[in-house]
Design a protein around this ligand. Structure first.
Ligand SMILES: [Zn+2]
Ligand SMILES: [Zn+2]
Length: 246
């Protein structure tokens, strides 16, 4: 069992030393590990701590185009792990992102400001307080899910990263929308989502699953032991996972 591709690899183009990997180092490691395809996907530009920038996206694109010629044995893509930034489903995907990235992923992260004061109160405060108050948690689960579904309707998203991490979401509704919009759900190897229970729920729908290493160091590229463990526990058929090779 091995991974054919890994689309969730962070690089030096993340801000503040979040990840130090050089692109060529990433490519060489991926080849050594037997991967056939990779995407370098840094945090979206509105992530004020770790995000990449439009300038860096253009730089990374150029660097990848050179590396593609140098290493024809592997398919190298540029991706992004964009951020949800409003309860209307807006994200930090811009035209520069669309024009330069081959793989568009969206995730929920706390390193962004949401649009508007009420958006921020709900995103930061009410999600937190909701951990302790059930009706509030249910309300937040509903609007968090709705926001992700709206983003899937607004943008052409390939993969939702670590669904259910950071803030609660209704996996059943999300999976239904993911099936309708042809968006894959990630079983992230570095975060605990999708969890065993969430995989079981999502697998009732015709949604694709994708394993992402979420590597912040080269050694973690193509690693999937943790994800695979959850997949086995959930009884998910291997052919539902688009980047796993038997
Ligand atoms: Zn993430
Ligand atoms: Zn990530």
């Amino acid at each position: 069992m091995k991974l054919y591709s890994d689309y969730h690899i962070h690089s030096k183009y993340s801000k503040n030393g979040h990840c130090k990997s050089e692109l060529e180092e990433i490519v060489k490691t991926a080849i050594d590990k037997g991967l056939k395809e990779i995407a370098v996907s840094d945090h979206g530009i509105k992530h004020f701590i770790y995000g990449t920038s439009e300038k860096n996206i253009i730089k990374a694109r150029k660097e990848i185009d050179i590396l593609k010629e140098k290493y024809p044995e592997i398919n190298i893509k540029l991706g992004i792990e964009a951020n949800l930034i409003s309860y209307n489903g807006d994200t930090d995907i811009t035209q520069v992102v669309v024009d330069n990235c081959d793989i568009i992923q969206v995730g929920i992260h706390f390193g962004v400001l949401f649009k508007g004061l009420w958006g921020n109160i709900r995103f930061f405060k009410l999600n937190f307080i909701g951990r302790f108050i059930k009706p509030l948690r249910e309300y937040m689960t509903g609007i968090n899910t709705e926001a992700l579904i709206r983003s899937m309707d607004k943008y052409d998203i390939d993969i939702i990263t670590h669904p259910g991490d950071k803030v609660p979401v209704d996996i059943e509704r999300l999976a239904k929308a993911a099936e309708r919009t042809n968006t894959a759900l990630e079983i992230n190897n570095s975060h605990r989502h999708l969890s065993v229970e969430e995989i079981k729920i999502a697998s009732k729908y015709k949604v694709d699953f994708y394993i992402g290493s979420d590597a912040h160091v080269c050694e973690a590229i193509g690693e999937f032991t943790d994800s695979y463990d959850r997949i086995k526990k959930a009884g998910l058929k291997i052919d539902r996972i688009i980047n796993l090779e038997v």
